[in-house]
Unconditional design. Structure first.
Lengths: 459, 96
């Protein structure tokens, strides 16, 4: 074998002697862990995306003044949103105070409320327009209109991942894609290795969640020698085409796929969890999504985004009482189970959990229209909305900022999505002004020319 | 994304295509030699002849794999694995 193998030297040895594409490149092209700019508070992010726009005045931002004007126009009138809204619509849900902090949470999230003292509720978020697509792009990629890399892509570009045998950035969305599909987790002009890997938590078994993890006929060693031959041909192909970043990304992805064959079989196998743990999360798409997120972060994955569902489930234009009750009921237990586990395993302090949508909803009732408006639901509201964070070095049991008396607009300490991004990067040990990528003649960053780190959020 | 690469490595579609390609190449090269077999795979998959270094490397790879084959009745032999290796290349999978 030795002699025959030497015959391949011209092709194979030359390549193994050369540096890999990632080593040659001045910018990171792979998922090797890289040091942050400064000491981080968080090591990983779990972003729970309540896509469609959860109503803040029904969840984390109580507005008793709406009762006063129930069925009547607000003295300030409705602000302009996507569709016409009319009279004040008081929340049909009851708020109570929780924990030592007395943080108000509505009865939509009784289980999450158990963790009130760990939550930082930001009530003064605002976005730019009252429409799903641009607001999804802003929340995920930092720009409402232009094609920009997603936050998870920026973070894995900056930090790599702590487990080279799994993707560093995953998007879990049950049943299919959300609105704007893969654009929500794209790498755009960053190297392709930093886009998210999509997995559908509607699937149950490992072989369904991640298909083709095993070769049907070849043994592992033989398969590896075949892959080495493929990669030698690929490097020769790439060397003749300098500057084709997609070819470098493919080499990296083939190696990742090879390593996933062993690691993914373990990470995605929920049947390895004890029955009592599975029971706490619940055998639902939302339970499996949260449990997968925990198992991935536990294994050193950098960034996991868990979507509520395909399309835009939280978009309750009509009958908010029934729809929000159902949506919160699906996610409350699994989110609380995730927080329970992160606490129990000592992972919460190094894992930033972010919950929220692309915007909130109006405190006024949506007028009858053709998207389900019938006076019992709420329109999109980018003027003011809430998100909460837990762990990762944020100050729990805290309310930051405020909307106006009725919950329409962020008025006290307004927080733009750029500020949220800047602070998330800060928690991860990254300076949002230094995390740049040169493209089309200038340096780009997640926060464009905006964003400020909100030090009041830091524990 | 890695699922695409996993499919290239393990999907039944790819494995069956490799089996078919190897069988045709082995028939075409019967009694002629490995260089003919390699040329057949390159022409069928990549629509070109292998470069000299590719040809030498592929022939050497086949010899080494045959020597290394532990079980004589390998289900997925060296020819089949070479065919899959070529079907897995960026050159085959992507438009240049």
């Amino acid at each position: 074998m030795g002699m025959a193998w030497l015959g391949a030297a011209s092709l194979l040895a030359a390549e193994s002697a050369a540096a890999t594409a990632a080593e040659r490149s001045a910018v990171p092209l792979d998922l090797a862990a890289r040091p942050p700019h400064f000491a981080p508070r968080a090591r990983a992010v779990i972003h729970i995306f309540a896509n469609g726009g959860p109503s803040h005045v029904d969840t984390f931002d109580p507005k008793p003044a709406l009762e006063t004007y129930a069925g009547r126009e607000l003295p300030t009138g409705p602000l302009k949103t996507e569709r016409r809204t009319g009279a004040a619509l008081p929340s049909p849900f009851r708020f109570t105070r929780h924990g030592e902090s007395g943080l108000p949470v509505s009865d939509l999230f009784p289980q999450v409320a158990r963790h009130a003292d760990r939550l930082l509720v930001v009530r003064s978020m605002h976005a730019e327009v009252p429409n799903h697509e641009p607001s999804l792009m802003l929340m995920n990629c930092g720009d409402s209109r232009l094609v920009r890399p997603s936050t998870g892509a920026w973070v894995t570009y900056g930090l790599g991942s702590e487990n080279r045998n799994l993707p560093g950035f995953l998007a879990l969305c049950p049943g299919g894609y959300p609105i704007k599909a893969t654009e929500n987790w794209r790498s755009a002009f960053l190297p392709a290795a930093f886009q998210a890997t999509y997995v559908d938590p509607k699937k149950r078994t490992v072989d369904e969640l991640v298909e083709h993890l095993r070769h049907p006929a070849a043994d592992r060693d033989a398969q590896r020698r075949g892959l080495d031959f493929t990669l030698a041909l690929d490097r020769r192909h790439a060397a003749a085409r300098p500057g084709e970043a997609a070819l470098d990304a493919r080499l990296e992805t083939m190696e990742l796929a090879w390593r996933m064959q062993s690691e993914a079989a373990d990470a995605f196998d929920l049947s390895r969890e004890p029955a009592h743990v599975l029971a706490r999360y619940g055998d639902t798409v939302h339970g499996r999504g949260m449990l997968l997120a925990r198992r991935l972060v536990e294994r050193g994955v950098r960034y996991v985004q868990v979507w509520h569902g395909d399309g835009q489930p939280w978009d309750s234009h009509g009958d908010i009482q029934k729809n929000h009750r159902k949506l919160a009921g699906q996610s409350d237990g699994p989110i609380a189970a995730l927080l329970d586990d992160l606490v129990r395993m000592g992972l919460l302090e190094s894992t930033l959990v972010l919950w929220g949508g692309e915007f909130g909803r109006t405190p006024t009732a949506e007028m009858p229209n053709d998207v389900g408006g019938n006076g019992t639901g709420r329109d999109h509201n980018h003027h003011g909305f809430s998100v909460w964070m837990a762990g990762g070095g944020v100050k729990g049991g805290t309310v930051y900022g405020a909307t106006d008396e009725f919950g329409f607009k962020a008025v006290d300490k307004p927080v733009h999505v750029h500020d949220l991004h800047a602070t998330m990067l800060h928690l991860l040990g990254l300076d949002h002004e230094r995390l740049t990528f040169r493209h089309a003649g200038r340096d780009f960053r997640l926060t464009d020319v905006h964003g400020r780190v909100i030090t009041d959020w830091l524990a | 994304v890695p699922q695409q690469s996993l499919a290239v490595l393990n999907a039944p579609l790819v494995v069956e295509a490799a089996r078919g390609l190897a069988a045709r190449a082995e028939r075409a090269a019967a009694g002629v030699g490995d260089a003919a077999l390699v040329r057949h795979i390159w022409r069928a998959a990549l629509s070109r002849d292998p470069a000299d270094d590719e040809l030498a490397a592929a022939v050497a790879w086949l010899e080494a794999e045959r020597a290394a084959a532990a079980s004589p009745a390998a289900q997925f032999g060296p020819g089949e694995r070479l065919a899959q290796a070529v079907l897995a290349t960026a050159e085959f999978e992507h438009v240049d």
